[in-house]
Design a protein around this ligand. Structure first.
Ligand SMILES: Nc1ncnc2c1ncn2[C@@H]1O[C@H](COP(=O)(O)OP(=O)(O)OP(=O)(O)O)[C@@H](O)[C@H]1O
Ligand SMILES: [Mg+2]
Length: 234
């Protein structure tokens, strides 16, 4: 579904991604794990068109997308869920969600999609008329995810959903990720919380200093000596 090939991305003269290749098959949960500054967000921003690679390519459903504008990429069915902090605080929960349906196709279906989102997150239905600034961290993350789903994505990319969440809430987010996959949505999950993320990932990549150093099945990487020492404190 998604094929990233030999991407090189720079900020000015400093190189943030070096020959990064990865693929995500339809209905997989693929994880990309790495510490602060490894280049995880840079990769997501390059896939979603916010950054331009110096070289390499990104293909989605067989089509080159690395020169397209971000809104065109989103219309093809890729959504990026930012951290839950980045909501429109002065708007209601319901309005924040509807903002996610801005392509004309998604806008036409927004009532029906909204009901699907409320099925995944019943608490958001209860709070739909409340201002987003009154939400807890976990609820804000739910709104951020729900807003992404409003675009009817085929591929949903999460950027560190554990950020600012209590561990128990993060586990709930991972349950939602699994539910979304069961509904047919493909997942690229970027995380620093390596242990819990590898447990739910079908396959995973480890990014260090802008370079992929390991890849494999999530469960196999949990047993990998390098992963155990560097990421699991074992
Ligand atoms: N706008 C920018 N301008 C210059 N350098 C940047 C910019 N954004 C990121 N970088 C640098 O690029 C590298 C990769 O950063 P990136 O944000 O992609 O990492 P990350 O893995 O998402 O980290 P984190 O876990 O902290 O979110 C880092 O060295 C970072 O300092
Ligand atoms: Mg980041």
């Amino acid at each position: 579904m998604l094929q990233v090939s030999r991407l090189n991305v720079f900020y000015g003269k400093s190189q943030a991604l070096r020959d990064v290749s990865l693929k995500v098959n339809e209905k997989e949960i693929v994880a990309l794990v790495g510490v602060n500054g490894a280049g995880k967000t840079t990769l997501l921003n390059t896939i979603s068109g916010l950054l331009r690679p110096a070289s390499g390519s990104v293909e989605f459903l067989g089509k080159r997308i690395d020169r397209l504008a971000p809104h065109k990429i989103m219309n093809l069915g890729i959504c990026q869920i930012p951290e839950g902090r980045k909501l429109f605080s002065d708007m209601t929960v319901g309005d924040n969600l509807e903002m996610g349906a801005y392509s004309s196709a998604a806008w036409k279906r927004r009532k029906e999609t909204l009901e699907r989102v409320y099925k995944v997150f019943p608490v958001l239905k209860e709070r739909r008329n409340q201002s987003a600034k009154k939400l807890s961290g976990g609820e804000r993350q739910m709104v951020a995810i729900g807003r992404g789903l409003m675009s009817n994505p085929g591929l949903c990319m999460f950027d560190e959903p554990s950020y600012g969440l209590a561990p128990k809430l993060f586990l709930e987010v991972l349950e939602v990720v699994k539910q979304l996959r069961e509904q047919g949505i493909t997942i690229l999950l970027v995380e620093q919380n390596v242990r819990n993320t590898l447990q739910i990932a079908d396959r995973a990549y480890v990014l260090e200093n802008g370079h992929i150093v390991l890849e494999g099945k999530g469960k196999d990487l949990l047993q990998n000596e390098r992963v155990k020492t560097a990421y699991l404190g074992m």
